[in-house]
Design a protein around this ligand. Sequence first.
Ligand code: NAD
Length: 496
Amino acid sequence: MDKKVSDGPPVAHYDLHIDGRDVPCDRVMDSFNPYTGERWAVVPDGQESDIDAAVAAARRAFDEGPWSKLTATQRGALIRKLGDIVARDAEILARIECNDNGKLYREMLGQWRYIPEYFYYFAGMADKLQGDVVPSDRTNFFIYTRREPVGVVGAITPWNSPGLLLVFKLAPGLAAGCTFVVKPSEHTPVSTLELAKRFKEAGFPDGVFNVVTGQGTLGAALVKHPGIDKVAFTGATATGKRIAASAAQNLTRVSLELGGKSPNIVFADADLDVAANGAIAGIFGATGQTCMAGSRLLVQDSVHDELLERIVARTKEIRLGNPMDEATEMGPVANEPQYHKVMEYIDVAKADGAKLCCGGIGDPDLGGFFVQPTVLSNVTNDMRIAQEEVFGPVLSVIKFSDEEDAIRIANDTRFGLAAAVWTQNIHRGHRVAHRLRAGTVWINAYRVVSFATPFGGFKESGLGRENGVDAIREYTETKSVYVELTGEPRDPFKLG
Ligand code: NAD
């Protein structure tokens, strides 16, 4: 419901979504549009008691509700219906996310138009999830396995692509038969609450999808709740470590999609125009606020100066502005703490000896949370700017001498989310890709993901995989069933 609560533009009000109903909350928090700086929505600031209620609803739905009695084919049909509704409403959902996180409308619209494909892909997988008949080592036993849903999932999401990163969890989890309690980022809670309305419309039983909005402490309460069976988290590595430690108390399963410091490696034999374009896409797409940002550009020394010149020239032309305008290439960073973090990292890099080639300041005309796209050269891999995730439009350019040197520098990081190799030598492309310690490697491309392809991190970039067939395994347990065939009593003191 939209109503005017102040002299500003109309502000949207939302309730929690628990057990198929909108549930008002005593405490609320404001959601601000990072471009206009205006409050545009008021959402619940949920409490632990709300988490208890949401988990209880998801538990009931999983253990005994109508959802638990559906066939896998019927589950698939509901998921497909949800995909159709999201496809119909992609523009509305994209606009909501722009209001919340300031990313470009065309990027968010692209995401919401692609999200139905995740629902369709996993809807089709729901009734193809099968166990095995195990070749038994005993003549008197028939043994088979079942793939059963892991149970109630607590999903916790970040602010950069709230819908897409939730659907990475939701589509395979629903297909497997799980139920959900979702805690979206306090900075971008609205699209998840809007998605809840579409669950209702698609005909999902109550309690399958519950949303509790609030601060990080609420996420912590969800993780330690004994009523959940799995935590599916996307966010910062430091938060992921806290979650893993807390989940370990109940041995709750976890999948973690965390941060990165991904190397984008350009060899001298690359097509430099294409590579320069890929470097720009890798770091300035989404204002650098993607886990897979190509924030370390490794360039072979013989083409370093030429490539740097091209990148700096194009970076200076990047059009900053209103995320809703078709012509805008980069919006603001998503919130004030993030703005200060980015600016501090630029100062740290300069103090450590990096050379500022362009950017490095806020935007004098646009103000707000705009940061001019920034290129730093003379970076060495031991500097903080090369080792720590900035999560903003800051590119660090590092020189390398040969293939061994490139691989050494690329892997010299605690992260391992993604990497790219730019070369026209097909042997080198594959050879280097195989030696990079990262969950995704692109050859002559950057920032491509697909519902059909596993995505996740090596090392401190995460645990488990989202997307593709691998993802649904994260939402199932394997059960082995032994059937005795003779009906004869056996020696009770002998195993088997
Ligand atoms: P964040 O870790 O601060 O917050 C993510 C979510 O966790 C939010 O909903 C937050 O409220 C919640 N949270 C905070 N503290 C918690 C706690 N102790 N227990 C449980 N939940 C808690 O991350 P962010 O700033 O929202 O997002 C940026 C980070 O996300 C970056 O590090 C980025 O690399 C990462 N990210 C990773 C991927 C990926 O797929 N690997 C994708 C996007 C973003």
